[in-house]
Ligand binder design. Structure first.
Ligand SMILES: CC(C)(COP(=O)(O)OP(=O)(O)OC[C@H]1O[C@@H](n2cnc3c(N)ncnc32)[C@H](O)[C@@H]1OP(=O)(O)O)[C@@H](O)C(=O)NCCC(=O)NCCS
Length: 191
C-alpha cells in the first residue's frame, strides 16, 4: 500500500507519496519529447501504433488542440518533463470526457503515472465540473489496468478481440469513474 506524507506546495498542504508531479500546459516545444516517448516499443505495443514521424506527432497535437482537448505536461520534482496527460472528447452537455496518459520510458513504474492521473482527474471533476471520466485500454496492458483500478476506475465493458496487436486480436477494456465515486474515495485529499 502507498504511504502518504504531507508536503507543502505553493502554499497548499497536500498528501503525496515520495513521488511528486506538477502539471502545466503542454507547449509546442514539448512535442520533440512526445515524439520520442511515442516511438518507444512499449508505447507502440500498448497504444498500438506504428512509428510516427515528428510531423505526424505534431499534427496529432494540433488536432487535439483544435478539438478543445485539455493537454497538460507532467513534470517531476526537478521540473523535468516526463510525460503528458490529457482530457479529450470533452462533452459538457453529458458531463463527460476521456483521459489519456503517456510517460517517458525512463519515468515509468515509479508512481508518477498515478499522481499525474489523480491530478488530472481532480481537474476534470473539480474544475471542469465533469460527472464521468472514462478511457479505453488494451487488455494486454496490465500495468495501466492495475493503475486505473487502483485509482477507482471500474471495467464497464470488454470489447472482444477489438485490437490487432503483433499478429493477435486482443480485447479492449472500457473503464470509467464517476464524480461521486471519486469524491468518496478522495474526499480527504487536497490537490
Ligand atoms: C501506464 C503508465 C501511464 C503507468 O504509469 P506509471 O508511473 O508507470 O505507473 P505507476 O508507477 O504509478 O504504477 C501504478 C501501479 O501499477 C502497478 N505496476 C507497476 N508496474 C507494473 C507492471 N509492470 N505490471 C503491472 N502492474 C504494474 C503497481 O501496482 C503500481 O501501483 P503501486 O505503486 O501503488 O503498487 C505508464 O507506464 C506509461 O506511460 N506506459 C506506456 C503508455 C501506456 O500504456 N499508456 C496507457 C495507455 S491506456
Amino acid at each position: 500500500m502507498t504511504k502518504y506524507k504531507c508536503v507543502k506546495t505553493k502554499g497548499l498542504e497536500v498528501a503525496m507519496s515520495d513521488k511528486q508531479v506538477t502539471l502545466r500546459s503542454f507547449e509546442t516545444e514539448d512535442i520533440k519529447e512526445l515524439h520520442r516517448w511515442s516511438n518507444d516499443p512499449v508505447s507502440m505495443l500498448m497504444v498500438g501504433r506504428a512509428p510516427l514521424t515528428y510531423e505526424q506527432v505534431a499534427k496529432q497535437v494540433e488536432k487535439k488542440r483544435q478539438n478543445g482537448d485539455l493537454l497538460l505536461a507532467v513534470e517531476n520534482e526537478e521540473s523535468k518533463l516526463i510525460g503528458w496527460v490529457f482530457l479529450q472528447n470533452i462533452e459538457h452537455e453529458h458531463g463527460r470526457a476521456s483521459i489519456g496518459i503517456l510517460l517517458a520510458p525512463e519515468a515509468r513504474g515509479q508512481g508518477y503515472g498515478k499522481h499525474a492521473m489523480e491530478r488530472m482527474i481532480n481537474i476534470g471533476f473539480n474544475q471542469l465540473r465533469l460527472n464521468k471520466i472514462y478511457l479505453t485500454t488494451r487488455g494486454i496492458n496490465e500495468h495501466a489496468i492495475t493503475l486505473y483500478t487502483k485509482i477507482g476506475f471500474i471495467v464497464e465493458g470488454q470489447l472482444r478481440k477489438h485490437a490487432y496487436i503483433d499478429g493477435n486480436y486482443c480485447d479492449t477494456y472500457f473503464m470509467g469513474i464517476l464524480a461521486s465515486e471519486w469524491k468518496q474515495k478522495y474526499s480527504k485529499r487536497n490537490f
